[in-house]
Write a protein that binds this ligand. Structure first.
Ligand SMILES: Nc1nc2c(c(=O)[nH]1)N[C@H]1C(S)=C(S)[C@@H](COP(=O)(O)O)O[C@H]1N2
Ligand SMILES: [Mo]
Length: 335
């Protein structure tokens, strides 16, 4: 392993991460050797992975939105990534969701404790439409799109995920932000009984993230409610999360309960935890190293080469169409 990658991204040591990933891949290997992991195999692929609480044909929840794992109809789009999607079990089995713990396998193990129905999202701040919205009134489930995006974590790994969701601007326009709204902040659900990781001070809770309004309104930015043709599993941020494909993964907010329009730049969870290492913008940038490791390349999770296949990281994660959002900005200073 590369010496420069020895040091710890985020909390756990990279060695721990590699170990858990190796265990994860070994389990996949054993399962596939035993014939349990065929192309169509979805449920119970991993012992450590919580199974969807409902079958893929599950009806809507009491809250009126699809339960985790329920099949979703979505319009295919041209957003694709060469090589295709990461194996689904890697996406649902190898997660960052510190509310459930800091290891990659804690969210799959513990997220089942979280209640995701009914689900309300409170809209506040610089808006003419404040209030508490039921999820089904916020997201038009008849207009879902599937978009395959690369998903690049600041820890220098990546996946390719077929998200299901709607462009964020289609929702924000309904929420009537005032002209004074220059930023939007998202806040994750917080319940200490359901989220064992929140009893530790790994981050300040609740998890908050934010975007400039023009970033939020860019057509690439999504509110996702699903992936792999199904409603999101809890460990991936059910029932509602953001997806900003040109930014590091931590800019995405899982299990959103609050949308707050603001006149000034909001605080964000990782920036509050370590401002030297995690800026507000956090655009994927191979030329700006993290203080403790290079961002020039990434490990491809669930790739053909196993856990240590690498690829070169691309500027804006390959989404060059966002470059104009940052015209005139020094992206080294505004990391
Ligand atoms: N509430 C919350 N949202 C979060 C996180 C978290 O710990 N808590 N982790 C972030 C990080 S670091 C990444 S890489 C992505 C991971 O999403 P995934 O597990 O669905 O791949 O979620 C982001 N959103
Ligand atoms: Mo991440």
């Amino acid at each position: 392993m590369d010496l420069k990658f020895r040091r710890n991204p985020d909390y756990q040591t990279l060695r721990d991460e590699i170990t858990s990933e190796r265990l994860f891949m070994d389990r996949r290997h054993i399962l596939s050797a035993a014939g349990f992991l065929g192309a169509g195999s979805i449920l119970g692929a991993l012992p450590a992975c919580s199974e969807p609480e409902q079958t893929p044909t599950a009806p809507a929840t009491a809250g009126g939105h699809p339960a985790p794992g329920a099949a979703l109809a979505a319009k295919k789009t041209a957003f694709a990534v060469a090589g295709g999607a990461t194996v689904e079990e890697a996406f649902t089995g190898y997660c960052n969701f510190y509310e459930f713990g800091t290891s990659k396998e804690d969210p799959p193990r513990y997220a089942n404790l979280m209640k995701v129905s009914p689900w309300q999202v409170t809209v506040e701040g610089e808006t003419d439409a404040p209030g508490a919205y039921a999820l089904k009134d916020l997201i038009d489930y008849s207009k879902l799109e599937e978009r395959v995006y690369r998903h690049r974590c600041v820890e220098a790994w990546s996946m390719v995920v077929p998200w299901v969701g709607v462009p964020m601007h289609s929702v924000l326009s309904k929420l009537k932000p005032k002209s004074t709204a220059k930023f939007v902040q998202f806040e994750t659900y917080l319940n200490k009984k359901e989220m064992p990781g929140t009893n530790r001070p790994s981050l300040q809770w609740p998890y908050v993230e934010g975007l400039r309004m023009d970033e939020a309104n860019h057509d690439l930015t999504l509110f996702a409610v699903g992936a792999y043709g199904k409603a999101l599993q809890k460990q991936n941020g059910a029932p509602l999360r953001t997806v900003i494909p040109w930014k590091y993964g931590f800019k995405a907010t899982k299990s959103i309960v609050k949308i707050r329009f603001l006149a000034t730049q909001p605080g964000t969870a990782w920036n509050k935890a370590n401002a030297n290492e995690y800026g507000f913008y956090s655009n994927v940038n191979p030329n700006v190293s993290h203080p403790r490791w290079s961002q020039a390349s990434e490990r491809v999770i669930g790739g053909k080469g196993g856990f240590n296949e690498r690829r070169d990281t691309e500027m804006f994660n390959g989404y060059q169409q966002v470059a104009s959002l940052y015209a005139g900005m020094d992206l080294k200073k505004n990391y």
